[in-house]
Design a binder for this molecule. Structure first.
Ligand code: NDP
Length: 268
C-alpha cells in the first residue's frame, strides 16, 4: 500500500447521502435508556443500523428497545453496567449473538455528582471516573478487539465541552476531569487503531436538555443558557445527525477529532 492509497473509503460512485447510510451495520449505544443516548440510538436506527441499547436499569432498557422496534428498527436491549468488567463482556457477547458483530460503538453512559472539590468524597470521585472514563476504555477494548480482527469499525465517545471550559463556580471536578480524559483517550485509540481501519472520534456536547440537566437550580438559566451564543440549550435529537456522521462513511477521513456541538457556548 502506498501512503496515498485511501483506506476505508466508499467507492467514488457513492452519493453523499449514501455515505451517511448505516444499512447492514450493527450499532451499540451505552446509556441509551434516556436522554442523549436514547436520541442517538434512534438516529443510528433511522440511518439503517440494527441497534443494541444498554443501561443499568432493566425497565429503561426494555422501553428503549421497544421504542426502536415501534419505529421499525431492528433492536436489542441488554442490561449492563459499564463499571463492571463481567457485565461488559456479557453485553458484547449477547449483542454479537443477537444482532451480529458490532460495527459502531457509542460510548455515552455517563454520570455526574454535584459538589466542589472539597465536597467530593473518595467514593463519588471513584464512581464518576469508573463510569465516565473506565467505562469508555472497557467498552472500547471489549468491542475494539473484534473490530481489529475484522479490520473495520467506528467508535464515537461522548465527551463534553466541560472538558475544555469551567463555566460554573461550583462545577464538578471529577466530571470535568473524566471528560477531559475521554477526549485524550479518543485520540490515543484513534492513533492506535487507525492502521486497523478503525476510526475513533468524540462529540463534545454543550448543554442539552435531559433528565440529567440541573434545570431546578436557580442559576441554570444564567450559567447554562445565557452564555451560549444561540441563547438556548440543545434538544437531544439535535445530537443524532452528528453521531450518524461520525459513525458512517460520511466522515471517512476523520479520526481522533473532538466535534464540539454547543450552540456557540465555547465561542467566548
Ligand atoms: P442521562 O442521565 O439522561 O442518561 C444517562 C444514561 O446512562 C442513562 O441511560 C443511564 O441509565 C446510563 N448509565 C449511567 N450509568 C451507567 C453505567 N454505569 N452503566 C451503564 N449505563 C449507565 O444523561 P444525558 O443523556 O444527559 O447524558 C448522556 C451523556 O452525555 C453522558 O456521558 C453525559 O456526561 C454527556 N453529556 C451530557 C450533556 C447534557 O447537557 N445533557 C452535556 C455534555 C455531555 P441507568 O441509570 O439505568 O444506568
Amino acid at each position: 500500500m502506498t501512503t496515498n492509497e485511501p483506506t476505508g473509503r466508499t467507492p467514488d460512485s457513492t452519493t453523499v447521502l449514501e455515505r451517511f447510510s448505516l444499512a447492514g451495520k450493527v450499532a451499540l449505544v451505552t446509556g441509551a435508556s434516556r436522554g442523549l443516548g436514547r436520541a442517538m440510538a434512534q438516529a443510528l436506527g433511522e440511518a439503517g443500523a440494527s441497534v443494541a441499547v444498554t443501561a443499568r436499569g432493566a425497565d429503561g432498557v426494555r422501553r428503549a428497545a421497544d421504542e426502536l422496534r415501534a419505529r421499525g428498527i431492528r433492536a436489542y436491549g441488554v442490561r449492563a453496567d459499564v463499571t463492571d468488567p463481567a457485565d461488559v463482556d456479557r453485553m458484547v457477547g449477547e449483542v454479537t449473538r443477537e444482532l451480529g458483530p458490532v460495527d459502531v460503538l457509542v460510548n455515552n453512559a455517563g454520570i455526574s455528582v454535584p459538589g466542589t472539590a472539597l465536597e467530593t468524597s473518595e467514593e463519588s470521585w471513584r464512581e464518576v471516573l469508573a463510569t465516565n472514563l473506565d467505562g469508555v476504555w472497557r467498552c472500547s477494548r471489549a468491542v475494539g478487539a473484534g473490530m481489529v480482527e475484522r479490520g473495520s469499525g467506528t467508535i464515537v465517545n461522548i465527551g463534553s465541552m466541560s472538558a475544555m471550559i469551567v463555566n460554573q463556580p461550583r462545577w464538578q471536578p471529577p466530571y470535568l476531569a473524566s471528560k477531559a480524559a475521554v477526549h485524550q483517550l479518543t485520540k490515543a485509540l484513534a492513533a492506535e487503531w487507525a492502521p486497523h481501519g478503525i476510526r475513533v472520534n468524540a462529540l463534545a456536547p454543550g448543554y442539552f436538555l435531559t433528565e440529567a440537566s440541573p434545570v431546578d437550580q436557580p442559576e441554570y438559566q444564567q450559567w447554562c443558557v445565557e452564555p451560549a451564543a444561540m441563547k438556548r440549550y440543545g434538544l437531544p435529537d439535535e445530537l443524532g445527525p452528528a453521531v450518524v456522521f461520525l459513525a458512517s462513511d460520511a466522515s471517512s477521513f476523520m479520526t481522533g477529532s473532538v466535534v464540539v456541538i454547543d450552540g456557540g457556548f465555547t465561542l467566548f
